[in-house]
Design a protein around this ligand. Structure first.
Ligand code: AMP
Ligand code: MG
Length: 452
């Protein structure tokens, strides 16, 4: 397990005051490690979990060559260009009930979809390409098929002994079906990742509290809850924590004891009067960043110790002098929970979660597919963009009449404005080096859950 200082030393040009989005992900990739503990679960309980072992196919799927159509099976070598072919029907093969007889030249077997191909036959003519001939005969029209048509090969989906799903694969509905098709009732998956989260700030009201001047209701806990639940982790909600050192310390300690990762919102920007940053420093090995992005510039990452650190050592690092720097005079806690200290603004929380936290959590979950998929869409509006930072705009992707994807922004892009986030189905990602966008330019969109 590496300390913040060790990772910082590994990354070329690491500047905590001006990190690019790519640097952030590179850093987090080194900071977090996949879980090691596994469990074996019945398939119905494994949706959304990550495979901890390769699933090796104990059988071939399908187990035999079989027919892809309802029709007649025959030996394709008898087909002649430009000529119809008349065959005598000598039997019937049903799905689940094979036809065991032999089939000679000039003969065929009536066959249903999924039925085993009778020995020596390699081609199926669909019912609709045939006409009934004399008693017990069919005629295949000229040039409607070729040898091998409409036959599925044994092992076409999976061959016995091959890796059907690799360790690190997310168990999607399709993956569950694939495992089931192998006859396997259980899978070995990584244990569920535990993530604790809380909101900080004296101005943050819990739901149920009466409105108060200058105070806002806590929305971040709800978005974070939703994002984490969709990811399939175990959530530990630690509420709203007052800007009080004792309460903050208790919350961080509880979180570090119970969880693999901690997500906080608020209190990480430079010049914050509150105790959040100080407490993060005191209890862990934490870097404070300013990221070249919009929204979501300030962020804290590191590890929070589950148990007391050496008091004498941590005393000097409790009140850092230079904002935004990291202290490396303390030992990294052995173990502890990974900290993602997100900014307070509700949209910044979602953006930093989707861009950085989600890939890092997926890595911790054992997943090998951590990068969010990007779609390419045509911008229907011009966007101002400063080069040298990554900007995330709330976007609505639609399919145009010509079938291509179009995207526009969803109105007020203020970092506290959740209504434009609600209307969006993805984030338009204007990359670090990118400049202004003109109408008709292609842009990348990070689509939200459920869109694809
Ligand atoms: P901060 O990062 O603490 O400076 O917070 C930035 C802005 O986000 C302030 O306007 C806060 O009131 C707001 N904010 C912080 N935490 C929350 C929260 N949990 N829910 C809603 N808004 C918040
Ligand atoms: Mg604050």
């Amino acid at each position: 397990m590496k300390t913040i200082a060790q990772i910082a030393a590994e990354l070329q040009g690491y500047d905590p005051q001006a990190l690019s989005a790519a640097d952030v992900n590179a850093f987090l990739h080194r900071l977090v490690e996949p879980l090691t503990a596994t469990e074996t679960l019945p398939l119905f309980n494994a949706l959304g979990r990550v495979l901890a072992e390769d699933v090796v196919s104990p059988i071939s799927v399908p187990p035999h060559d079989n027919s892809a159509m309802d029709g007649y099976a025959f030996a394709g070598a008898q087909l002649m260009p430009g000529q119809p072919l008349t065959l005598r029907v000598v039997g019937t093969a049903l799905a689940g009930k094979a036809w065991a007889g032999t089939v000679g030249p000039g003969e065929c077997v009536k066959i249903m979809t999924g039925a085993i191909m009778p020995a020596g036959l390699d081609t199926v003519v669909p019912q609709e390409f045939t006409t009934a001939g004399a008693e017990g005969h069919i005629t295949i029209a000229a040039d409607v098929l070729k040898t091998g048509d409409n036959r599925r090969f044994k092992g076409e989906d999976l061959m016995q002994g091959s890796v059907a799903l690799a360790r690190g694969a997310l168990l999607t509905p399709a993956a569950l079906g694939l495992v089931a098709s192998l006859g396997l009732p259980t899978v070995t998956v990584f244990r569920r990742l535990r993530v604790a989260y809380f909101s900080t700030g004296d101005e943050i009201l819990s739901l149920g509290e009466p409105p108060r001047e200058g105070a806002v209701y806590d929305s971040n806990r709800y978005t974070v809850f939703g994002l984490l639940t969709r990811l399939g982790v175990e959530v530990i909600d630690l509420g709203v924590v007052r800007d009080d050192p004792a309460q903050l310390e208790a919350a961080f300690r509880t979180a570090a004891r119970r969880a693999d990762a901690i997500i906080t919102s608020g209190g990480v920007s430079v010049g914050e009067a509150d105790h959040t940053r100080t407490m993060m420093k005191k209890l862990g090995d934490v870097a404070f960043w300013r990221i070249a992005m919009r929204p979501g510039r300030p962020m804290a990452v590191g590890r929070i110790a589950a148990t007391e650190k050496n008091r004498a050592k941590s005393a000097s690092s409790a009140y850092p002098s230079s904002a935004g720097s990291y202290q490396n005079d303390i030992e990294a806690p052995s173990g502890g929970a990974v900290l993602f200290g997100l900014p307070g603004n509700p949209v910044a929380v979602m953006v930093t979660f989707l861009a950085f936290v989600r890939p890092a959590l997926l890595r911790m979950m054992g997943s090998t597919h951590t990068a969010p998929p990007l779609l390419r869409a045509t911008s229907t509006e011009a966007m101002r963009k400063k080069s040298g930072r990554t900007e995330y705009q709330r976007g609505l992707v639609t399919t145009a009449a010509d079938g291509t994807l179009h995207v526009r922004t969803t109105g007020n892009q203020g970092s506290g404005v959740l209504s434009s986030m609600v209307q969006a189905n993805g984030l338009i990602v204007l990359h670090h080096g990118q400049g202004n966008v003109a109408v008709g330019d292609p842009v990348d969109v990070m689509v939200f859950d459920g869109v694809i």
